[in-house]
Design a protein around this ligand. Structure first.
Ligand code: ZN
Ligand code: ZN
Ligand code: FE
Length: 762
């Protein structure tokens, strides 16, 4: 049992630049082992020799004890005859490291740094840029690899002797911590007023005073600027909404502690875990009714997006006379988040009363990530800071590929080996600023991953900027267009490790269909190679085209017209009282003449139409608002047993099924006119949509024998729908898969595109 053995470990993942070798050194010594560790091109290589029980302890406890910012994707262990190493040593790298290792995301301030920040005896007391190998900025400050200080935006700061000493000492927490800094040698902070005049005195102290007086501050953070104000000051929050031109979309909050967050929201164990994780996402939490917050923070929303401080600057700022701060992206509506001082002064002019700036440059933007807990698992709504550039692991080796994503909530994806690297959130590719950010991200990720793909994948939509980019660039030999909903389904398959044919439900707002129509309520039988469109919601004209996305009443009229013809004007719906008669007639004309009314099968539009018909919401001030408010309303129903679905029809046309919801619309209108509660109708509608999905899946299963169902597309961010659906899937013997690692919305499209492109190219 106790004979001597030698273990050889090859560790893959984020294992360089995160304090890994010092950890191995310490952990080996703790276990009485001799041998060595070195940075190799594939990862970290280790040989550890000693009594077999000690070696066993070392190998088994390895992952668990690894440094907080490391991420081990895989360890190869082999055993060799002992060679009697005398000591444990850190060897010099023999090959160029970094080639295949991973860059760490930016991580929240660690406990040790926080202690120093708050310790008046410490030389970094109150210093807003404190960090170590276990925490701090990474992805956002890195220009290129290898990850050394000169390749980061810390290049311009020369370490003082004290910092240099920490950096060189292997036993120090700051050994090779590239952003290491202190008040003597590191970045500084200052406060400007709206005219650009520097404010005398300590910037942070002043900032706290201004915040407590209801001022709006632009604060430079980790991956970009935040616009910040006191979340209990209604006037300040209202001002911010007006100036930022953001009507009703909820603002995210920063709260100092879990305890304080509990005074605002209900927090489950899993939610608490996400809030406290070193990735520090914004977590969507259920708002408590008697809210202490300004009403304008999240009007009409039942959820609050809450995050805890994740930089030293946040901790210092949060230590003020307020319960919570609004912390929203520093931008005007659809533009990317502002990230440089100059840009802030220019683009946030007229919004911010004061600017809290510093001179540690952000090289790459990264917005706050947004998650919610579904089925006790963290589920991505926006995957960005803290998560990117960590890969999604695939079980198979793929060719290098660049996938350009879609148009809204754009992300890109690069593949290397068995990994798919989905980028940080780039945003809606609707303006030059966003497009530049898109190109910057592609180029940077290609550099830090050392990839040079020959294959490029993109959406079939001819007008997307991402498509135009793919068509224009010349350095790719193979260009592969991918249908939007096929990409959704493939994305869900990829993150769940599926390869065989599945029934894929892709329900979203808009995606370009192979027949040129606007798809969005699709049932595909698909694998990575191809798909067959088995079923969809019957086409309906979308009066006014794109306008119908912002104005759900347009599609509502389309549904009503299809169901009632010209008699729709006689319906006593709340909907009509809210509408201008002239507009109504104009839209009817458009419909009848078929002007600017593309056909759609969108499930997202159907949810919004019901919202409008029930008088919940006629116009969206942000994407999906009508559907979200309908879900809130439906979720208020407590008595959920024995509710039977509304009627609908399934027509088989050639080899496809088409779902006709006219009977449901008829019934919904009848109940609404008869004063049945809108909440009950909204709930039954959700039940019906789940019933339609499962019914259709049964039919497809009978035909094809497939029992695996994957769900993707923005509609499946509807938690009520997903819970109703998954219950039915279990009942009916299906195995179902949802998206959690990447968003179900178009933020996940790039992953699907990449994997499809690989399988199509082989
Ligand atoms: Zn730290
Ligand atoms: Zn220093
Ligand atoms: Fe989509």
């Amino acid at each position: 049992m106790n004979k001597k053995v030698r273990a050889r470990l090859l560790v893959y993942g984020v294992v360089q630049g995160v304090g890994f070798r010092p950890f191995v050194d310490r952990f080996a010594r703790e276990n009485n082992l001799t041998g060595w560790v070195l940075n190799a091109s594939l990862g970290v290589e280790i040989e550890a020799e000693g009594k077999s029980k000690d070696v066993k302890k070392f190998v088994e406890g390895f992952s668990e004890n690894a440094p907080p910012m490391s991420l081990i994707t895989h360890i190869d262990v082999s055993y060799l005859p002992p060679v009697d190493y005398k000591d444990f040593v850190i060897k010099k790298s023999i090959v160029q490291p970094w080639e295949f290792t991973l860059i760490s995301p930016d991580m929240a301030t660690c406990e040790d740094c926080l202690k120093e920040l708050q310790d008046p005896q410490d030389r970094r007391f109150g210093y807003p840029f404190i960090n170590c190998t276990n925490c701090g900025p990474r992805y956002t400050i890195i220009r290129d690899i290898p990850y050394d200080r000169p390749k980061t935006t810390m290049k311009k700061f020369v370490m003082c002797p004290a910092c240099q000493k920490e950096y060189k000492e292997i036993t120090n927490r700051r050994f090779h911590a590239q952003p290491n800094a202190c008040p003597d040698c590191g970045p500084k902070i200052w406060l400007l007023d709206s005219q650009g005049n520097e404010q005398a005195g300590d910037g942070i102290t002043k900032a706290k005073i201004f915040l407590s007086q209801g001022k709006i501050l632009a604060v430079k953070g980790l991956g970009g600027f935040h616009l910040v104000c006191d979340a209990q000051n209604e006037e300040a929050v209202k001002n911010l909404r007006q100036r930022k031109r953001r009507e009703e979309k909820p603002f995210a909050l920063m709260v100092n502690s879990i305890e304080k967050s509990k005074s605002l929201c209900f927090i489950s164990k899993e939610e608490e875990k996400s809030l406290l994780s070193i990735k520090r996402p914004i977590v969507l939490l259920k708002k408590k009714k008697a809210s202490l917050l300004a009403p304008s923070v999240a009007p009409k929303s039942q959820d609050l997006g809450v995050m805890l401080p994740y930089t030293p600057l946040h901790y210092l700022l949060m230590d003020g006379p307020y319960l919570a701060l609004v912390m929203t992206s520093g931008n005007i509506s659809q533009e990317p988040i502002v990230f440089s001082n100059e840009e802030a002064l220019e683009r946030l002019k007229g919004i911010a009363d004061y600017y809290l700036l510093h001179n540690r440059d952000i090289y790459t933007r990264s917005d706050d990530s947004v998650v919610y807990i579904a089925n006790k698992t963290e589920t991505m709504l926006r995957r960005s800071r803290g998560y990117c550039p960590l890969p999604i692991h695939l079980d198979y080796h793929v060719e290098q590929i660049l996938a350009c994503g879609a148009e809204l909530k754009n992300t890109i994806c690069l593949t290397r080996g068995k990994d798919a690297f989905v980028s940080q959130y780039i945003g809606d590719l609707e303006n030059l600023e966003a497009f530049n950010f898109f190109e910057h991200t592609i180029n940077k990720m290609k550099r830090i991953l050392k990839v040079n793909p020959r294959i490029i994948a993109y959406d079939m939509h001819p007008d997307y900027l991402s498509t135009k980019y793919a068509e224009k660039v010349s350095e790719y030999d193979i260009k592969i267009p991918v249908q939007h909903h096929h990409a959704h389904v493939a994305s869900c398959m990829a993150e769940n490790g599926l390869k065989k044919k599945v029934i894929g439900l892709a329900w979203d707002g808009t995606g370009y269909g192979e027949d040129g129509c606007v798809w969005g309520g699709e049932f595909l039988v698909a694998d990575f190679f191809s798909f067959e469109r088995k079923a969809f919601f019957s086409y309906l004209p979308m009066p006014g085209g794109e306008k119908a996305i912002k104005e759900p009443y347009r599609m509502a009229i389309s549904y009503l017209y299809q169901t009632f013809g010209d008699n729709l004007m006689d319906l006593a719906l709340p909907f009509f009282f809210q509408m201008d008669n002239k507009k109504l007639s104009a839209i009817l004309e458009t419909l009848k003449k078929g002007i600017n009314s593309p056909l759609t099968s969108s499930a997202g539009r159907l949810f919004e139409s019901i919202s409008s018909i029930l008088g919940v919401r006629n116009k969206n001030t942000f994407e999906g608002q009508a559907a979200i408010e309908l879900e809130y309303l439906a979720s208020s129903i407590r008595k959920r047993n024995n509710i039977s679905a509304y009627p609908y029809l399934i027509n088989q046309i050639d080899s496809q099924y088409q779902i006709d919801v006219t009977p449901m619309i008829k019934q919904i209108v009848k109940e609404s006119v008869n004063q049945k509660s809108s909440a009950a109708i909204a709930f039954t509608f959700h039940v019906t949509m789940a019933e339609i999905a499962v019914d259709m899946c049964r039919k497809i299963r009978e035909e094809c024998g497939i029992t695996s169902v994957v769900l993707s597309g923005g509609v499946f961010q509807n938690r009520l729908l997903v819970s109703l659906l998954t219950e039915k899937f279990v009942e009916q013997g299906f195995d179902y898969y949802i998206q959690q690692k990447v968003p179900a919305n178009d933020g996940g499209i790039a992953l699907g595109q990449a994997v499809i492109a690989y399988f199509k190219s082989i």
